[in-house]
Design a protein around this ligand. Structure first.
Ligand code: SAH
Length: 214
């Protein structure tokens, strides 16, 4: 697949539109400017790749819209070398953004079809994320990599999974859309007392489902 001047131009416009929508983290904007989103989509979606829309990917899932990817990435306050756990690898686009921000990324997908496709694809793009096929509700407790500095959930969670809170470092941040049909975006900071929870409005994600799917 080619990254043409036309694609690059559309991406610059997309980033400008994100700025106008209030995304101010320059590192996040740079990542969205640099990563060809159309690579993460079916070629049939090429013309829509730089519109601010969620689009269908493999296995009846969706790639989040660029403003959601930018917003979640900004809320996450990623610094280089942080260990970041992502739930819902999907197309790998959000994973790529996290890698671009310099994080050490661990990402879990429950659908084998997506895992099989996205893992080699991310490697082919030079991103060294560690991809897992599994159930994001459980996190990566036994991997030896927990706890994580940051955890990002890219599917709609009916509640905050306790194993994920357990795998978050003290002082660490989790960004998670919580709710059934519709979700509210939460940023949770783990403290030695009650976690600090900030809310950032309503959003709509595909559901976070139990168990993995073969
Ligand atoms: N970050 C992705 C978003 C994909 S949509 C992207 O940029 O493309 C959300 C993804 O979460 C879907 O691929 C879905 O299969 C996955 N998912 C849903 N429940 C899950 C769970 N319990 N564990 C891991 N992945 C899950």
């Amino acid at each position: 697949m080619q990254d043409t001047y036309l694609h690059k131009g559309k991406r610059r416009n997309m980033v400008q539109a994100l700025r106008e929508k209030g995304i101010s983290d320059e590192r996040v904007l740079q990542a969205l400017n640099d990563i060809p989103r159309h690579f993460y989509l079916d070629p049939a979606m090429n013309a829509l790749a730089y519109e601010d829309r969620a689009l269908p990917i493999f296995c009846e899932q969706t790639i989040s819209q660029p403003s959601t990817v930018a917003f979640q990435s900004q809320l996450l306050e990623v610094k280089p070398n942080m260990k970041v756990l992502e739930i819902g690898t999907g197309s790998g686009y959000q994973t790529a953004v996290l890698c671009h921000l310099g994080a050490q990324v661990f990402t879990i997908e429950r659908q084998k079809g997506l895992y099989d496709k996205t893992k080699p694809f991310l490697a082919s793009q030079g991103f060294r994320a560690r991809c897992y096929l599994g159930d994001g509700y459980k996190g990566l407790a036994d991997s030896g990599y927990a706890p994580f500095d940051r955890i990002i959930i890219t599917c709609g969670a009916p509640y905050i999974p306790q194993p994920l809170m357990d795998q978050l470092k003290m002082g660490g941040i989790m960004v998670i859309p919580v709710g059934e049909q519709q979700q509210e975006m939460l940023r949770i900071r783990k403290t030695d007392g009650e976690p600090e929870i900030e809310t950032f409005g309503n959003c709509r994600f595909v559901p976070m489902l139990q168990g993995r799917q073969f």
